[in-house]
Design a protein around this ligand. Structure first.
Ligand SMILES: Nc1ncnc2c1ncn2[C@@H]1O[C@H](COP(=O)(O)OP(=O)(O)OP(=O)(O)O)[C@@H](O)[C@H]1O
Length: 363
C-alpha cells in the first residue's frame, strides 16, 4: 500500500513541543518525503540543546509514522543550522524580497574577496548530468561534518537543484532590501539563485544580466564567517563561469566528470576555460565510477572506469577521488538528505574528499 504524504504529515502535525506549540505551528519539518515504504524528513533545530529537548518529539513522530499502514522505515535527521543565533530560526520569510535579482553589473576593479569567506571553490563540469550538484551538496555536508563553516551557492541558473538536494524552499528574506538572508540546512549555509527568480526568468538573460546577478549572489548575501564557499556552476563554459572568475577571488575549481569519453572531452574544455581565466584547477573527481549490485555484489562499470584518474595524470592535475554510482545517492538527493549525512561507504568517500581539501588548506 502506498503511503500518502499529506496523511503522514497530518499524523505528526499535532505533536506537542516542550514550549506548548504543535509541530505544525513551530514549522520545524523540512524535506518531508515518502519514497515507497520509507518516510524521511529533517527536524530543523536551533542548536544541540534544542535537539536534546526535541528528542521526545522525534520519538513520538517516529512511533506514529511507523504505526501507519504501509510504512516500513522512518528516517529523521535533526540538523542545527550553521551560524545562526539561538532562538528564532532563520528561514524563508515567504514574502517576496524587495531586493531585485538580475541587473547590470556595477563597476568593479578585478576579482574581489567576499568579506568573512576564506576560500571559494567552484565546482564545474563540462557536460550536464554528470553529478556536479550531487557532488557539491554532499561535499558541503561532509565538510560541515568535519567541523568546517561551509556555504553553498547554487549558481546553476538553468537547472538549480540545490533547494531539492539540500531540502530548502521558499524565497530567502531581504529585510533591508539590500542584503539577502541565506537559508540553512544540514550545517550548511545555502543560497540558490533559483529561489530568487521567477520561473524561466534567467533563461533569457544575456551576459551582463547574469554577471550582475552573480555579483549580487556573491556580495549581497549575508554569508557570515565561512571557511569555504562552494559554488555549484551550470555545466559548460558560459557567462556564469566567466562572471564568477572575473568578479570573485576564486581559490580554485574542482571538475566533476564521469569516466565516459564524451564527458571527459567536455571536462577538458572546462579545464581549459579555468586555465584561461587563471583560476587554479584543484583537481578532478570521478562520479558514477563503480556500480555495486546491492543484490549480488557484482561490480560493474557502466560509464567505464578509471578514465578520470588517467585524464588527471595526463594533465598533471590531482585526482581527488572516485564516487560510486548508487541508487541511495539519487534517493538521498531527491529527498533533501544528502547521502554524506549517513554512515555508509559513499559517505566515507565524501569524508575523504573533504579531508583532502582541508588538508590542502583550501577548505
Ligand atoms: N553517484 C551517483 N549515483 C547515483 N545517482 C547519481 C549519482 N550522481 C548523480 N546522480 C543522479 O544523477 C542525476 C543528475 O545529477 P546532478 O543533478 O547532480 O548532475 P549535474 O551534473 O549537476 O546536472 P546539471 O548539469 O543538470 O546541473 C540526479 O538525479 C542525481 O541524483
Amino acid at each position: 500500500m502506498s503511503v500518502n504524504r499529506e496523511a503522514a504529515l497530518r499524523e505528526i502535525s499535532d505533536i506537542l513541543l516542550p514550549d506548548g506549540r504543535t509541530l505544525e505551528k513551530a514549522d520545524l519539518v523540512r524535506a518531508f518525503s515518502v519514497e515507497g515504504d520509507t518516510i524521511r524528513f529533517v527536524l530543523e533545530v536551533a542548536d544541540a540543546a534544542a535537539a536534546r529537548a526535541l528528542a521526545p518529539v522525534e520519538a513520538e513522530a517516529r512511533r506514529r509514522l511507523e504505526g501507519m499502514p504501509g510504512v516500513a522505515r522512518v528516517q529523521i535527521v535533526m540538523t542545527a543550522p550553521a551560524g545562526k543565533p539561538k532562538g528564532e530560526p532563520v528561514r524563508s520569510s515567504g514574502a517576496a524580497p524587495s531586493l531585485q535579482i538580475g541587473r547590470h553589473p556595477t563597476g568593479q576593479a578585478g576579482p574581489q574577496a567576499i568579506p568573512g569567506v576564506r576560500n571559494i571553490i567552484a565546482i564545474g563540469s563540462g557536460k550536464g548530468g554528470v553529478g556536479k550538484s550531487t557532488v557539491t551538496s554532499n561535499l558541503a555536508v561532509a565538510l560541515a561534518r568535519a567541523g568546517r563553516r561551509v556555504g553553498l551557492l547554487d549558481a546553476d541558473i538553468y537547472g538549480p537543484s540545490q533547494p531539492r538536494m539540500m531540502g530548502v524552499s521558499g524565497r530567502p528574506a531581504s529585510p533591508d532590501g539590500q542584503h539577502i538572508e541565506p537559508l540553512h540546512a544540514h550545517g550548511v549555509t545555502v543560497m540558490s539563485i533559483g529561489l530568487m527568480l521567477k520561473e524561466g526568468e534567467a533563461v533569457v538573460w544575456r551576459g551582463p544580466m547574469l554577471m550582475g546577478a552573480m555579483q549580487q549572489m556573491l556580495q549581497q548575501v549575508n554569508w557570515g564567517e565561512l571557511d569555504v564557499l562552494l559554488i555549484d556552476l551550470p555545466p559548460g563554459t558560459g557567462d556564469v563561469q566567466l562572471s564568477l572568475c572575473q568578479k570573485a577571488a576564486v581559490t580554485g575549481a574542482i571538475i566533476v566528470s564521469t569516466p565516459q569519453d564524451v564527458a571527459l572531452l567536455d571536462a577538458r574544455r572546462a579545464i581549459d576555460m579555468f586555465n584561461k581565466l587563471k583560476t587554479p584547477v584543484l583537481g578532478l573527481v570521478e562520479n558514477m565510477s563503480t556500480y555495486v549490485c546491492p543484490n549480488c555484489g557484482h561490480e560493474a562499470h557502466l560509464f567505464g572506469h578509471g578514465g578520470v584518474a588517467a585524464e588527471a595524470a595526463r594533465l598533471g592535475l590531482p585526482f581527488l577521488g572516485a564516487l560510486p554510482l548508487e541508487l541511495e545517492v539519487r534517493l538521498a538527493g531527491d529527498s533533501g538528505l544528502p547521502v554524506a549525512l549517513s554512515e555508509g561507504a559513499t559517505a566515507q568517500a565524501y569524508a575523504q574528499l573533504a579531508g583532502r581539501l582541508i588538508g590542502d588548506s583550501v577548505a
